[in-house]
Design a protein. Structure first.
Length: 348
């Protein structure tokens, strides 16, 4: 699947870019401008991963809970357990402390918040999938509307204008907030992009004519990518202006529930997901992207010891990203083989 494979690879590289540019950005020194630009264009990385989850898991065939756990959940959870063992080899933790950090406190390493979140979403996926199997697009639209209003739109308004009150919390609308919205959005985008929709007819009782015109294959490779470039540039410009004004790095526009990051994420997703041709190396690399995410912080910590990110940052930060990606890929190859070996034993 060219589009999803390319998106996996791009998202993995962008995640590394965020973490490689984080330290220079926070230092507000000579490498700050380079890190600002790289970080601004990479903020859609995690939303892309969540949308890909919905793209694959919400629109597939119906599965029993046992099938879902054996095929899907173990694929996420088993590598995490293996990673805990790897951290036990690199970190000076006792077994008790290692288990407590990994499975109780959730602070084994800062980037693993994504794993805890995606495991929780995977547990909830069989319930959400029913809406897609029954083609309840009005209910899906209803959820996404409230999610966008509370998690994206008002949150952006709240952070930009430093507003402390949140009327949505009064009505306990926390059920409509969080990363699940990106997952459901990814599933809905697949329905829209893969459906044979007649522009003069409503789509299964849920009128998607305008949306389909926006993401039509005729313009899907140009307009959405232009929107990604534009939104990323605005993120960079807004961050630059606010940071200069405050005299310190300001990350308001970097939040994943910021409106601009939402636009950036959806536009890049739409522009790449419809690609139908790519070099085969993308398909080969794509199978290792989950492992690349898991171990890239360990690899990055090694790389930054040999590359000074605060000097020649427009060269050194991209080099750090490239070397981290290559090293992570190198170690991901045997780790995936070990994972598959354990999966075969478990499924016997």
């Amino acid at each position: 699947m060219p589009g999803p494979d390319i998106l996996r690879c791009v998202a993995a590289i962008l995640v590394i870019a965020i973490h490689a540019s984080a330290w220079p950005f926070s230092q507000y020194n000579g490498g700050w401008k380079a890190s600002l630009i790289i970080d601004s264009f990479s903020r859609c990385a995690v939303p892309l991963f969540f949308m890909l989850t919905g793209y694959f898991l919400l629109c597939g065939k119906q599965e029993t809970l046992s099938q879902f756990i054996s095929k899907r959940f173990l694929r996420i959870f088993l590598p995490f357990v293996m990673l805990v063992f790897i951290y036990g080899c690199f970190k000076d933790y006792t077994i008790t402390e290692l288990i407590r950090r990994a499975f109780v406190q959730g602070d084994l390493d800062f980037h693993l918040w994504y794993i805890y979140t995606i495991i929780g979403i995977y547990i909830f996926i069989p319930i959400v999938k029913v809406l897609f199997l029954c083609k309840e697009y009005k209910l899906i639209n209803y959820y996404l509307f409230i999610w966008f209003l509370t998690f994206i739109l008002y949150a952006s308004f709240q952070s930009l204008f430093n507003i402390n009150t949140n009327p949505f919390s009064v009505f306990n609308l926390y059920y409509f907030q969080g990363w699940l919205g990106y997952v459901i959005l990814g599933g809905l985008l697949r329905v829209v992009l893969e459906s044979k929709i007649q522009l003069d007819q409503p789509f299964e009782g849920f009128n998607l004519q305008i949306l389909y015109k926006l993401v039509s294959h005729r313009i899907a490779r140009f307009v959405p990518f232009f929107i990604y470039i534009l939104s990323s540039s605005i993120i960079a410009l807004g961050t630059y202006i606010l940071s200069i004004k405050q005299g310190r790095p300001i990350e308001i526009f970097f939040s994943s529930n910021n409106f601009l990051v939402f636009i950036q994420s959806v536009s890049l997703f739409v522009s790449l997901i419809s690609l139908n041709y790519y070099p085969r190396i993308f398909g080969w690399v794509a199978q290792y992207t989950y492992w690349i995410y898991l171990i890239h912080i360990l690899c990055l910590s090694f790389v930054v010891k040999h590359i000074d990110l605060s000097h020649f940052s427009f060269i050194n930060i991209p080099l750090a990203i490239l070397f981290t990606f290559i090293i992570s890929l190198f170690f991901s190859i045997p780790l995936l083989s070990i994972e598959k070996f354990f999966l075969k034993i478990i499924k016997r």
